[in-house]
Design a protein around this ligand. Structure first.
Ligand SMILES: NC(=O)c1ccc[n+]([C@@H]2O[C@H](COP(=O)([O-])OP(=O)(O)OC[C@H]3O[C@@H](n4cnc5c(N)ncnc54)[C@H](OP(=O)(O)O)[C@@H]3O)[C@@H](O)[C@H]2O)c1
Length: 342
């Protein structure tokens, strides 16, 4: 696609979307539509975006039971498929929520998502967080579940064995992780029968996670990047005064100005070109993001400039998953190179 056609409103040929090859040899579109409405966009609005995005050319959708909209998204997907898009040409991810880590819950929870999404298999099923700690919808940053626990590898492996069983049962094609760290992934890679195909992680120009990014690629795991635009609509509980906005960074703003595109689209182009799979949420701008992903590349110099603006600024800190008093959110992320002790 050339510069002129990137701004046009016509749909984008899905064949023009870059693809990632997974460890199984399967291919996954290198951009997906996020479906978390951040507690303020309704399920019906998200479902409408799914239908619109599919018409625009999206073939990858990032869902989760905790987003509270899988029934509506499922109806939208059914309409997309009834409209002539083959199921095997769409990549659909869902995720096991934290309160369903118990052995008996994993398969039932996946079947629930399949029923809600009106599918007979998922392309990818992720363990949403490595902690079984639950928070109520719409909670604030001080919320903690009464039974909150740290990462316990033995428990995680019990959950993972059920995830492996989902592949054996043919209910999911790939399994993966989300919000993991290098120390936790090392343990999982040591013990897994079926290795994670994907790790979903926060990735944007102000949070590039170079070490984890390299680690997953070196281990044959595809990085999927959430909050690729810096999540301007994220819930209050995920905001702190120190947070920065990649779309306001002078480097991003200047590149956007030069190309006549929105700074958000620069973030998407950078993500796809760097080698991760961004999953931007959008109900209003999804077409521009897809066009950016499928269109002309940023120059090597622009890529180099964006590599230089990393601020190690994690936006989704996960405070609500802490398990004891006196902790800081850094304890969730194993910043000392080993799993944070209980
Ligand atoms: N695995 C996990 O733990 C995890 C955690 C967080 C998120 N996720 C996934 O990642 C997805 C994306 O993350 P996110 O929704 O937090 O943040 P995001 O994709 O970085 O930001 C979404 C916001 O950016 C705006 N936007 C998108 N494209 C734009 C454009 N071209 N121009 C201007 N504004 C634009 C959207 O507004 P409009 O709607 O108005 O376009 C929306 O408010 C989620 O939906 C979810 O699927 C996963």
């Amino acid at each position: 696609m050339n510069r002129a056609s990137e701004s046009e409103s016509a749909s984008i040929d899905p064949a023009a979307i870059p693809q990632r090859t997974l460890s199984t040899g399967a291919t996954m579109p290198a951009i997906g539509l996020g479906t978390f409405g951040s507690d303020h966009v309704t399920p019906d609005q998200v479902a409408q975006a799914v239908r619109g995005a599919a018409a625009a050319g999206y073939r990858h959708f990032d869902c989760a039971s905790v987003y509270g909209n899988e029934p509506e998204v499922g109806a939208a997907l059914q309409a997309v498929i009834a409209g002539g898009v083959k199921r095997e040409h769409i990549w659909i991810t869902s995720k096991l929520w934290n309160d369903k880590h118990a052995e008996d819950d994993v398969i039932a929870s996946c079947r629930r998502s399949l029923a809600d999404l009106r599918l007979d298999y998922l392309d990818l099923y992720l363990v949403h967080w490595p902690f079984p700690n639950f928070h109520p919808p719409g909670c604030d940053v001080t919320s903690r579940s009464a039974a909150a626990r740290p990462y316990i590898h033995k428990s995680y492996m019990k959950t993972w064995r059920r995830m492996e069983e989902l592949v054996d049962l043919g209910l999911v094609r790939h399994i993966g992780t989300s919000n993991m760290t290098i120390p936790k992934l090392k343990l999982l890679l040591r013990d897994a029968r079926i290795r994670p195909a994907v790790n979903e992680m926060e990735l944007h120009p102000h949070f590039q996670q170079p070490e984890l990014f390299k680690f997953v690629l070196d281990n044959g795991i595809q990085p999927v990047g959430y909050c690729p635009i810096g999540s301007p609509g994220r819930p209050e509980r995920d905001r702190t005064p120190e947070d920065t906005a990649p779309t306001e960074d002078p480097v991003i703003v200047e590149i956007a100005r030069r190309h006549g595109i929105h700074p958000a689209v620069v973030c998407i182009k950078w993500a796809v070109q760097r080698g991760q799979t961004p999953i931007p949420f959008s109900i209003n701008n999804y077409r521009a993001n897809l066009a950016g992903a499928a269109g002309y590349p940023l120059s090597n110099e622009e890529m180099r400039q964006i590599a230089g603006i990393d601020r190690n600024c994690r936006l989704i800190k996960g405070q609500v998953f802490l398990w004891k008093d006196g902790q800081t959110w850094e304890d969730l992320w194993d910043i000392h190179g080993e799993v944070t002790p209980p």
